[in-house]
Design a protein. Structure first.
Length: 64
């Protein structure tokens, strides 16, 4: 695990994920960092995203 690495000027923290996206002749590189002392898993985070998306796309029910 990389939990033992400390962020210093001589040993900078490496990104947890890197995504490269090609748009025409350009390549965009996006680096992502996760909170090191987080107790929430990726599954927990995705569940929240899906719940928020479902709530935002539900059609309101009107009494007939």
């Amino acid at each position: 695990m990389a939990d033992y690495e400390q962020t210093t000027k001589t040993n900078p923290r490496r990104p947890d994920c890197v995504t490269k996206i090609r748009m025409g002749n350009s390549v965009l590189v996006v680096s992502g960092y996760f909170k090191q002392d987080s107790t929430e898993t990726a599954i927990d985070k995705m569940e929240k995203v899906l719940q928020a998306e479902a709530a935002a796309t539900q059609k309101p029910t009107y009494p007939a």
